[in-house]
Design a protein around this ligand. Structure first.
Ligand SMILES: [Zn+2]
Length: 361
């Protein structure tokens, strides 16, 4: 095996550029070949152990019995069973996965655990198969988190009833500390996190103190941008939907404006309208695999301002501070296309592409 790995690295610079593929399943990259074979073997191993889902109690008993040999808890085993049972209900998705062998168990479990309780399979199957099919060369494969969010957004419905909105979470955290929160929708939680984080930054205090100030009515004035589509559904920049009750509550308090594509400016700084537009397009840091949310990102001139780069949404991307520094130090290079896809180039010649994921896309 050691020899084989050395051999792979010798071949590494050869890249397939003629067709669409995920960069981590590049058919011309021997390193990808090796990892693909491991994923395939891993899935085959768990298929061999897979009990019939109809015998759920027996499956649980089997999971408990297998756990010691696997060296993990029973949930580790059950997650893998669930992932494969769910995959069997998604023939189109399964066909894509078993052609490319690009998904590891972290991603399969994201599918399994998010879809375990649904009843209508055909629609999500077609959507997921398309989502997991590469749309261009060197595309970055969606992470487990992105797959989970894609499914949730596709299924649409957010939790909505007064009971679930009336649950307080208060857990002791040792040393006279507690974790305190409320149970709410993804969209509301994301909006509140942004409000607390930005208040904390503006007042230069901790997030706990920022929340305290907000409760006392003494928080800093921060503006949160939310986005309403043509159908009247309200979203966060990342595309998470508010349910009707939440949207009504928000509309009573919020001002509205029309979001138009801002025009380029000669100034260095991006305007507030540009920031709102870019946040809604990118949602989070555009570096491959990074998910730092928009309100904690810088706006980067993809082609540097001092090299003639324009201050415009077409030449902008969101980057977290860490990845902004990597780019500024020229350890990685980036180029943005008209479609807002960003092509990243690494020191060894590898390239990959990230796609915008915000509510505008
Ligand atoms: Zn980042």
């Amino acid at each position: 095996m050691g020899c084989y790995i050395a051999h792979m690295y010798e071949k590494l610079p050869q890249k397939c550029t003629s067709s669409y593929y995920f960069v981590s399943a590049d058919p011309a990259d021997p390193l990808c070949d090796y990892l693909r074979a491991r994923r395939k073997e891993d899935i085959a191993f768990w298929r061999m152990l897979l009990p019939d889902q109809a015998e759920e109690e027996d499956a649980f008993a089997l999971a408990i019995s297998l756990a010691p040999s696997v060296g993990r808890g029973e949930q580790y085993v059950i997650n893998r069973f669930t992932a494969l049972w769910v995959l069997d209900k998604l023939p189109e998705t399964k066909a894509v996965i078993e052609q490319l062998w690009h998904l590891d168990f972290a991603r399969l479990i994201a599918i399994g655990n998010t879809l375990d309780i649904i009843e209508e399979w055909a629609d999500i199957d077609a959507a997921l198969a398309k989502y997991l099919t590469p749309k261009r060369a060197a595309q970055v494969l969606p992470s487990a988190r992105q797959i989970r969010e894609f499914i949730r957004k596709h299924l649409g419905a957010e939790p909505s009833n007064s009971l679930s909105r009336d649950i307080l979470i208060e857990e002791p955290a040792g040393d006279r500390r507690r974790v305190f929160g409320v149970l709410t929708s993804d969209a509301s939680a994301i909006m509140m996190r942004e409000a607390v984080t930005r208040t904390a930054e503006q007042m230069q205090i901790s997030r706990a103190d920022a929340l305290m100030c907000m409760v006392l009515g003494a928080g800093a004035k921060v503006t949160i941008n939310l986005y309403e589509d043509k159908a009247g559904v309200l979203h966060t920049a990342s595309g998470h939907r508010f349910d009707q009750e939440e949207a009504e509550l928000i509309r009573e308090q919020a001002n509205t404006r029309t979001l138009e594509r801002p025009v380029a400016t000669k100034r260095y700084r991006f305007s507030e309208k540009m920031r709102a537009f870019i946040a809604a397009r990118d949602a989070h840091c555009r570096y491959p695999g990074c998910s730092v949310p928009h309100h904690q990102c810088d706006i980067d001139h993809v082609l540097e301002y001092n090299r003639g780069g324009v201050t415009s949404v077409e030449n902008a991307q969101l980057l977290c501070r860490h990845h902004h520094n990597l780019k500024t130090a020229k350890l990685v290079r980036a180029r943005i296309e008209e479609s807002a896809e960003v092509v990243w180039a690494y020191p060894n010649g590898t390239q990959c592409v990230t796609q915008p994921e915000g509510v505008l896309t």
